[in-house]
Design a protein around this ligand. Sequence first.
Ligand SMILES: Nc1ncnc2c1ncn2[C@@H]1O[C@H](COP(=O)(O)OP(=O)(O)OP(=O)(O)O)[C@@H](O)[C@H]1O
Ligand SMILES: [Mg+2]
Length: 356
Amino acid sequence: MAVLEARDLRNLREVRVELVPGLNVFVGRNAQGKTSLLEIVALLSRARSFRTGDTATLVRRGTERLRAWGRGGVEGRETTLEVEIGAAGRKLRVDGQDVGVGAFTGRLDVVVYSTERLRIVSGPMKERRQFLDRGAAALWPSYRQLLRETERVVRQRNAALDRRGRDLEAWDERLVEVGAGLRHRRALYVERLRAALRTGLKAAAGESYDVLLTRQAAPLGESEERDLLRAEIAARRGAELRVRRSLVGPQRDAVSLTVAGEDASTGASSGQARSLLLALTLATLQVYGAERGHAAVALLDDLDSELDQERAAAVCRFVVERGQALVTTAHEPWARSLREMGRVFEVCDGRVRAAA
Ligand SMILES: Nc1ncnc2c1ncn2[C@@H]1O[C@H](COP(=O)(O)OP(=O)(O)OP(=O)(O)O)[C@@H](O)[C@H]1O
Ligand SMILES: [Mg+2]
């Protein structure tokens, strides 16, 4: 993105920011609007925020609606993206034309590191699956389709299980079909991420990070996946009929994140959890760049809050070598030390200006 604007987004009344293609650092004390600035980009990317599922809470208190606007080269073409959220709902525009959410999202890809996302490490399994599924869906449109189709098939199959319908076998076969496809591609994505974790920015001293599908060690071919899922379904038939819902399939598979070989969802310290999340963020960025041939925008919130500043600076260098980044920090001296790498902005009481 080259230019960002927002009106009435949280405490941002009216801001306009001219970004550089590399590193953009936003510095300010607590509660000045730094994370809100990153939310502008998240809105332009996905029409929602990484902080909340309820985008109405982003509208500045006492006002009717918010507007987020951005202009920049998206996949080699100059594009403007706009989001308006108000009581009447949400409006999305690309180059001034109203579009639906399907046509809006996927134009500007972002990768986000923020404390809210620590749920990926320590929250329920669903968060980890979603982390993989969103990353892979951003790379491969076919993945997004398979994901939607699997969700639909599982819903229908649950309904068939519930009424013990005669169509259950047909839904078994549909689940085998789409579920095996999704498992196959998910495993491929995990292999890419793992390779990026090994070759990317060196881990903090003595640490190593990994992401594993606990179901199996290595990816299987699609037809092997189908046989496996068919066998799992047969084995759990009785239990599924008892509880009247699907108990097998990619929607239930476990994903494990580890630090130095230990499961991070229970064992990681808060510093380790953050380092792991950061490593995953950078790996996602790397895989995206390699696969799509252009970079996703990195949004790194409070990057130096639990990371030593030298390492945080190394992260900035790593990211700007690969594309554009927006980084926030509450630490003025650290922000100043990054000046030669890009542009520094001061954020104060909902206003932004380039640092002198
Ligand atoms: N809907 C809203 N209307 C008005 N103000 C809001 C709204 N939502 C949040 N705020 C306020 O906006 C301010 C900026 O929040 P933001 O999270 O962007 O700050 P920050 O600079 O990232 O702070 P920190 O360093 O603590 O992370 C806060 O004071 C918050 O209370
Ligand atoms: Mg913040």
